[in-house]
Design a binder for this molecule. Sequence first.
Ligand SMILES: *Cc1c(COP(=O)(O)O)cnc(C)c1O
Length: 431
Amino acid sequence: MTPHDLAARSRAAIWHPCTQMARLDAVPPLPIARGEGPWLFDTEGRRYFDANSSWWVNLFGHADAGLAEAIATQARTLPHVMLAGCTHEPAVELAERLSARTGGALGHAFYGSDGASATEIALKMSAHHWRNLGQPEKCEFIALAGGYHGETLGALSVTDVAIFRDAYAPLLRATHLAPALHESGALAAIEAKLVELQGRCAAVIVEPLIQGASGMRMHGPEVLRELRALCTRQGAHLIADEIAVGCGRTGSFFAWEQVRALGAEWPDFILLSKGITGGTLPLSLVLTTDAVFEAFLSDDVARGFLHSHSYTGNAIACAAANEVLRRMETLLPTLSGQAAALREAFAPLLHDDARIENGRQTGMVLAFDVKPGVAGERFAERFHLAARQHELLIRPIGRTVYLMPPYVIDASIARWLVEVVARTLNDVCSV
Ligand SMILES: *Cc1c(COP(=O)(O)O)cnc(C)c1O
């Protein structure tokens, strides 16, 4: 089987996500045979550095031996059992470990299968909590401009990325949109919305520190501290979607730890997925507080939280996540050094290259925008294709080029990365 054959079979048999299938001849999918560390190898043995961690899920590199072992051991012992009426050690251990990371503040874990389902669960749980407290009118949500929370209908309702949303807008629930947190005046606008809703807002949902899918738009922890206080004052939940930014991506295990360091309380919900299994298996969690949990305790089944997926709390995925958490204990302290290596290597490019603007970084996410005049048509596609020729697998978002690599960065890898990014820019930019 040649790589070309695999791409052709793929085109015929697979409807690829986030892909205009009519462009598949121009952008044939890379036939990947195996991975090792940050590298992916195609069926002809060519290698590619996975600069976007395979859609932000990979933490330690590919085919990690420790994760493989944890998965194999669990698969031989207990791959899966339903989590209604049964429980198992990997799921309990994972919930306990995450609770401990919040000092018990978010001590109740509900399991989902992917990021979008975590969003669905949090929205339902928030509104149902208010209903159980006798406030059924509290069932509306405030989301932020440029926010992304997944693409199932409920999650898409609180997502504001036009390309994902527009075609499906008629299917969605109305949501109140407020300015993104990096905009000045965002807090005042959110407060005005909360006041206008007169107690009908169940929750405000945000991506802490980095709005990922709309182009790595960053804000500091201070505005999140103010938002936490504002939601408390106005009696609305705060949902922190850490699906992308959790698991060390911003330098701390939870992005919210940086808000805590400023004296803020925890959010009412934290959503985790993506990195939680280190890029091996789908799994998500919704972490919440005693106050939310207790509002569901009753003799009445209908007052309990009703949401179920067949693979909820899958034991193999939980075992992988437990291994991720064990490994993160030694890895977390190295992340500031890894982030510094990226920062130092990219500083000359970000400061001096006249073709780019808005260089920015939060922890292990580094991004810049190519200026509109230089980017040209189909910039993301052309950049992606050109980068392949330099052993780099990267998918810009519009004109935004970003690196969100596995946590394997040292000074020499960082220098190599900036060199290939610069060469790719030379290939695709018109000046
Ligand atoms: C990826 C992502 C989701 C959705 O997760 P899926 O597993 O792709 O459904 C939700 N929120 C954020 C912030 C994300 O980055």
